[in-house]
Design a protein around this ligand. Sequence first.
Ligand SMILES: O=c1ccn([C@@H]2O[C@H](COP(=O)(O)OP(=O)(O)O[C@H]3O[C@H](CO)[C@@H](O)[C@H](O)[C@H]3O)[C@@H](O)[C@H]2O)c(=O)[nH]1
Ligand SMILES: [Mn+2]
Length: 399
Amino acid sequence: MSVTDQAFVTLATNDIYCQGALVLGQSLRRHRLTRKLVVLITPQVSSLLRVILSKVFDEVIEVNLIDSADYIHLAFLKRPELGLTLTKLHCWTLTHYSKCVFLDADTLVLSNVDELFDRGEFSAAPDPGWPDCFNSGVFVFQPSLHTHKLLLQHAMEHGSFDGADQGLLNSFFRNWSTADIHKHLPFIYNLSSNTMYTYSPAFKQFGSSAKVVHFLGSTKPWNYKYNPQSGSVLEQGSASSSQHQAVFLHLWWTIYQNNVLPLYKSAQAGEAHASPGHTLCLSDVGALCTDSVSGGGEPCADSTPSAGVLCANSPLGSNQPAQGLPEPTQMVDETLSLPEGRRSEDVDLAVSVSQISIEEKVKELSPEEERRKWEEGRIDYMGKDAFARIQEKLDRFLQ
Ligand SMILES: O=c1ccn([C@@H]2O[C@H](COP(=O)(O)OP(=O)(O)O[C@H]3O[C@H](CO)[C@@H](O)[C@H](O)[C@H]3O)[C@@H](O)[C@H]2O)c(=O)[nH]1
Ligand SMILES: [Mn+2]
């Protein structure tokens, strides 16, 4: 049964978070999707990512705070730190849906969660850090311009006690923890992947019924690297994962490899026929390597990974080729990387036999590009265009 006036909604304000949104969207599609899929984006999202998102999501909706109604504009100018927060609140403007479930772009759905639509506004699961507050990574809401306006007014008048949407939503829906137990979603609908170990017997007892995992916190799945051959997630810098978290990270990366990477390939090849949810099959790295080695188009002479590829599969931390196999000389990383033309615009997506990594590109804009961004209203309030930075520049100039 398909319900067209209800939707799962997520948000991605840049190409990096788009990677999370894509994995989330594909994870929802894996479990008998009966609702629409919507992603809210902001102007920063590149055109390539928009094309790719449109293959997974039924609707890719750009929200632009600056162009919105006056009351948003005002709130935004007075309280630039509320920028991202206000973006999430845009989900209340999706009034062509009667009810929606919002999911952060860093969540992953493990099974069908249609029963969430039986709940009313405002339903959410407790925050693991302060269970009298809800976590705003998964919530059920009812789009309404009236509610949206009240939320923005609330933001303007009271700000947010954590400077972000979770604080704001908790003070707006402040009787959540006491008024109606039906609005308390069970923790399995928003299982924080990195904090559950504080009560490990509970995780042992209930963890297997988890339905939505949330990679809450500063280290996201896309901050790790992945070895597609061994299926291991490589730790990055100080990031380390425990055993349970590793299972979810592995799942995230498997979906990324099998259901997201192929979309890049087809988008780059201009294969516009892919309908939402349709994924082209490029799940084996062998195909990736063949394609880039041959320049594309040529079928793989041997679709099973060559000895060289198998060598690249050696366990992490070991650079030794596997016993009895030749040195992986012909299979060095650069031959297997996605060709230049297959790179996303604002993310550095490096795909090789032994490693997939997603990194943010640090782009230096030319002064003309900077000016155009300003004129288009794409102002980096939190970063280099923040008032404090501008003040610094003025001070330097005046000295
Ligand atoms: O640069 C960004 C940052 C965030 N988001 C979106 O906003 C969500 C929330 O940000 P996230 O980095 O996931 O925050 P959390 O680590 O989950 O931290 C908590 O705190 C946030 C701020 O209150 C809440 O939004 C989260 O739901 C809550 O779990 C993301 O999932 C995205 O959908 C972007 O699109 N771009
Ligand atoms: Mn989150």
